[in-house]
Design a protein around this ligand. Structure first.
Ligand SMILES: *Cc1c(COP(=O)(O)O)cnc(C)c1O
Length: 454
């Protein structure tokens, strides 16, 4: 085919009409989600008080491989989709590799990351079901910004609890949330019992994602017509993100290629699942041999070094018990610059796929990730989010192997977001002060052993 084409776009009518639900086709279904008290298997109804009903149904759906995308959601996807599939000629040249490198550019979304792909459907289903208010937590603010925008699109009020230290140190995402009319509260706050308890004991508490989740959940449970939303980890979030891979599949066809390797960075798994599952389908059904690589930070390596077991999804232990790869819900990752990857566990579906050997994972130190991100920026003109830098680092490792072996492999990675609001992290890298924080085996073992005591 024509090797000179740089970017591949789909016309609007080619934007997916269905999401792909891998749960229906995986060789082994995920283990059930359990009530922490009774240890009984949960059903969608058990989650109705917290999330929109349709999202609860999607969460547990193991029968329908294709789930229709409601037309109002597609209308909103049209504001930024399709996203371009880009051939990284510049990066290939910089590396001198015979590999063909492609990336799916999710950074072109109005909020700068893939998170909007799920924020839109979550807000839509809430609106359809008569909900008036949505709430969530956010760390660095990518998810909060996406939810704030999606809530505004569908006329919902959004209340976001932002971890206090991020609220103070990363003021621009707070400003973005406010631009879309969201009420942003630094967490811990005096507005909830969970927040009050912590603030009374520790008036200068910097906040944590665990506390912010507790505050958002409490608000949802105590406010009429208010639902909680989450930007990663859950099955329905991964489902919505499959628009990434479904588009990429068509665009790779336009390029006349099929990926040998698919790579994405990994926090809770949503962007990895999004780009991988539509291609993994062909490994499961059509005997394709594509490799899928999740790139996680060495400071928070749940897939490469965590344990597969039941654990809570949050630090406070409010959520159901999830069967997943985890470092333990009390694990506190070092305060690295890839804030969106600092989560102790992996989603339930990916965990099962990992256990079954359908995918791989690598962990990457933060200086290697910024080396990769800077090289990519200079070669392709896009400054990647610190999270996405991990995917780029893993891609470079594979492309250099191709160079060594003279192999012309096709590598596809997901550029989950741009880094234009994260330049403070790049400053730290350029100053030479950035340190690596690989977690020790002892710390992981101690943390997992703690789970058995609880
Ligand atoms: C949130 C975020 C991630 C990590 O979340 P996943 O659910 O693992 O995809 C990665 N990249 C960016 C830009 C993010 O905002």
């Amino acid at each position: 085919m024509n090797e000179k084409i740089k970017r591949y776009f789909l016309p609007e009518e080619e934007i997916p009409r269905f999401w792909y639900n891998i749960q229906a086709e995986m060789p082994n279904k995920p283990e059930p989600i359990l009530d922490p008290k009774t240890k009984k298997r949960l059903t969608p109804k058990d989650l109705y008080p917290l999330f929109a009903r349709e999202l609860c149904e999607q969460e547990f759906n193991q029968t329908d491989a294709w789930i229709k995308i409601p037309e109002p959601i597609r209308e909103m996807y049209k504001y930024y989709r399709s996203t371009p599939l880009v051939r990284a000629f510049g990066l290939e040249k910089a590396l001198g590799t015979p590999a063909h490198i492609y990336f799916k550019n999710e950074s072109v979304s109005p909020m700068g990351s893939h998170k909007l792909n799920s924020a839109i459907p979550q807000a839509y289903y809430c609106k359809e079901e008569g909900v008036t208010n949505v709430t969530t937590e956010t760390g660095a603010g990518q998810w909060g910004a996406s939810l704030a925008y999606a809530a505004k699109l569908f006329g919902l009020e959004a209340a976001v609890y932002q971890v206090r230290i991020s609220y103070e140190q990363k003021p621009y995402r707070k400003s973005i949330m406010q631009t879309f009319g969201a009420q942003v509260t630094p967490s811990p706050s005096m507005s909830t019992r969970a927040g009050k308890n912590i603030l009374t004991a520790h008036p200068n508490h910097p906040g944590s994602l665990g506390t912010a989740i507790s505050e958002a959940v409490e608000l949802a449970m105590t406010t009429p017509n208010c639902k909680y939303t989450l930007g990663s980890v859950l099955n329905h979030v991964s489902l919505h993100q499959t628009v990434i891979g479904l588009e990429a599949e068509k665009q790779m066809k336009m390029a006349g290629e099929y990926p040998d390797i698919v790579i994405a960075c990994f926090g809770g798994g949503s962007n990895f699942c999004g780009i991988s599952f539509p291609f993994m389908r062909h490994n499961i059904k059509d005997n394709r041999k594509t490799r899928f690589i999740a790139a996680e930070p060495a400071s928070c390596p749940k897939l490469t070094r965590g344990k597969f077991r039941y654990d809570f999804g949050d630090e406070a232990g409010y959520t159901p018990l999830l069967p997943m790869y985890t470092l333990g819900h009390n694990f506190t990752p070092a305060n690295t610059h890839a804030g969106g990857l600092r989560y102790h566990g992996a989603g339930v579906i990916v965990s099962q796929l990992m256990k079954d050997g359908l995918m791989e994972a690598v962990d990457i130190e933060q200086t290697e990730s910024f080396d990769a991100g800077t090289l990519f920026a200079r070669a392709e003109g896009i400054i990647p989010a610190p999270e996405s830098c991990h995917a780029i680092a893993a891609t470079i490792r594979e492309a250099l192997k191709c160079k060594e072996n003279g192999e012309e492999k096709v590598i596809l990675f997901n550029l989950s977001g741009h880094g234009l609001i994260d330049m403070a992290s790049y400053d730290k890298y350029f100053s030479g002060d950035m340190i690596n924080y690989a977690v020790s085996d002892e710390e992981i073992d101690r943390n997992i052993a703690n789970l058995d005591k609880q």
